[in-house]
Design a protein around this ligand. Structure first.
Ligand code: PMP
Length: 351
């Protein structure tokens, strides 16, 4: 090691799911939406003035902020946007978790949380899930420097009802509580109405899943004006221009089309419920997912082996070689024809 390397920050980075260049695969590994984004955004792309790219974008991303605020009936000053919810969550860790006390989050959850905590030097405690893989609100009633959890949780897909979320909030007036609702539109109920009552609640959502725009990179947070102001102060201390011109315009057009979101989410929910039954028939145990993926464990067959065999058949799902979840696979819900091909492949593998 060269001497200068002693002065280098060396995080253990998050590993995103594989993004193979090959398009000729069934891609059920990163919770993308199998349907195209709202048609309104396509027109924006066509009409976009290429020459405008010489200009910086609006650092406040006002058009997008306003469109999101209108959609959720809040003030623009209650909305923060970023380049994917990863950016929004990362900024939130940096802004709100500055205490010496540990930030609490589930042991099994989005595996980026501990990466940000390590990178920013935030002390943290990972709270085990219950045996049935649910989060117990009672575990979040101790002293802490902040709380974050995904709802529905990832990769279990299990949803926590709003009254349980409120229990955590009412017991934690001294902490910022962040609820990561990346998958909320697939059958859960958002805890967004609680922001009226709790000025320490930040709700984070994304355009990557229910809005089919993972490639555009838009995430947002909604909360009290005070929370959003704090977030903006940190953002403008890191990078003023996180959202590019094209993304701001496409996002603002797409978010208005809530009918389209509901229609595609309903299709995914229908396929998900069907796929739960199909996988149970194939000998899997299946969690009660309210997300656009299912989390499954076969009664006898090895998860890693199934993962590898599926890959040989050009079907990509997600597997983590990690304690507690090493017997599970996370399978994104694709179109019903994708899922039929998955069942056929599984049947063959399990023979
Ligand atoms: N939160 C959770 C729970 C996720 O699974 C993901 C997707 N990997 C994200 C946030 C980030 O998604 P994006 O940055 O695409 O908005």
């Amino acid at each position: 090691m060269s001497e200068w390397e002693n002065n280098v920050r060396k995080p253990e980075p998050y590993t995103p799911g594989e993004q193979p260049k090959d398009r000729d695969i069934i891609k059920l590994n990163t919770n993308e939406n199998p349907y195209p984004p709202a048609p309104a955004a396509a027109q924006i792309l066509k009409d976009f003035r290429y020459a405008d790219l010489r200009l910086y974008p609006d650092p406040q991303a006002s058009d997008l902020v306003k469109a999101i605020a209108d959609t959720y009936s809040v003030k623009p000053s209650q909305v923060f946007v970023g380049s994917g919810s990863d950016d929004v969550l990362s900024m939130s860790f940096l802004t709100f978790f500055a205490s010496d006390k540990p930030v609490l989050f589930p042991e099994i959850t989005y595996s980026f949380y501990d990466v940000w905590a390590e990178l920013y030097g935030v002390p943290y405690e990972q709270i085990p899930l219950k045996d049935d893989l649910t989060i117990d609100p009672a575990d979040y009633m101790k002293e802490n420097g902040g709380i974050i959890f995904a709802n529905p949780n990832a990769p279990t897909g299990i949803f926590m009802e709003t009254d349980a979320v409120e229990k955590i909030l009412s017991e934690n007036p001294r902490s910022v509580v962040i609820v990561d609702e990346a998958y909320i539109d697939f059958g859960g109920t958002s805890c967004l109405p609680l922001i009226k009552k709790y000025d320490n609640l930040l709700v984070v959502q994304t355009f990557s899943k229910s809005r089919s725009m993972a490639g555009l990179r838009i995430g947002y947070a909604i909360g009290s004006e005070k929370l959003i102001q704090y977030l903006n102060d940190v953002k403008f201390s890191v990078n003023s221009y996180t959202m590019n011109r094209l993304t701001i315009l496409c996002g603002a057009a797409a978010v208005k089309d809530t009918a389209y979101l509901k229609e595609t989410a309903a299709k995914i929910i229908k396929t998900r419920e069907h796929s739960k039954k199909a996988l149970i028939r194939l000998g899997f145990e299946v969690t009660d997912s309210k997300a656009n993926f299912i989390f499954v464990k076969h009664k006898t067959a090895d998860a890693k082996k199934i993962f590898e065999e599926l890959k040989k058949r050009r079907i990509y799902v997600r597997y983590w070689d990690k304690p507690i979840i090493k017997d599970y696979l996370r399978i994104t819900i694709g179109t019903s024809s994708d899922m039929l091909k998955l069942y056929d492949a599984l049947e063959e593998i399990l023979k």
